[in-house]
Ligand binder design. Sequence first.
Ligand SMILES: [Zn+2]
Length: 200
Amino acid sequence: MLKVSPEGIISDGRIIVRRFLNLEHGPLSSVVALVLHQTDSSTAQQTFNSYAKNPHGAHFLIDKNGQVYQTASLLMRCQHVGRHIRSRCLEIDKPSCDSVAMARIQAMSWSNHVKALDAHERAKTYPQRYPINGDSIGIEIVGRSIDAKTYESVTSEQNNSLQWLTGELYAHFSISLQDVYRHPAVSYKNPGEAATAVWK
Ligand SMILES: [Zn+2]
């Protein structure tokens, strides 16, 4: 099991702690899922430079060589998912959706649709909906976006570290590999983000 301090900081030889207090936005009362990201940067240092002046970021960062950094406390909420989540029932189990509500939402203009769908989904509890900032841990993987649909490939060192880290986090939070999501599955992002991340 991971050794975690009362402040939510991990003590482990495989993790370097680079905590950014400005990424932390209030307590994270429960963790039900992990969300995987890519940074659109070439190095961990570039991401640290942006974290130093930005409220958006995640709890972990995995560099190209597989080095894992903890960048925020496990007890604190980070802004990594984005403002509007997609509908899980629409994506994976359409018959389970509230068809009347969905028809009403789908008749709206795109921007109203995104907001109304988000509000509709947030009224549900996980796993009926996708994870949100208030109940998930974010893992950033260093890698650039290449175009609107593609990110550069996650390295084998990064995937090895990701598999180790997710395994430790499953045990720590009593979750499983079914509770890991790529960012574009959860909200409206470049569909290539974390596409080559392998956690199982
Ligand atoms: Zn992301």
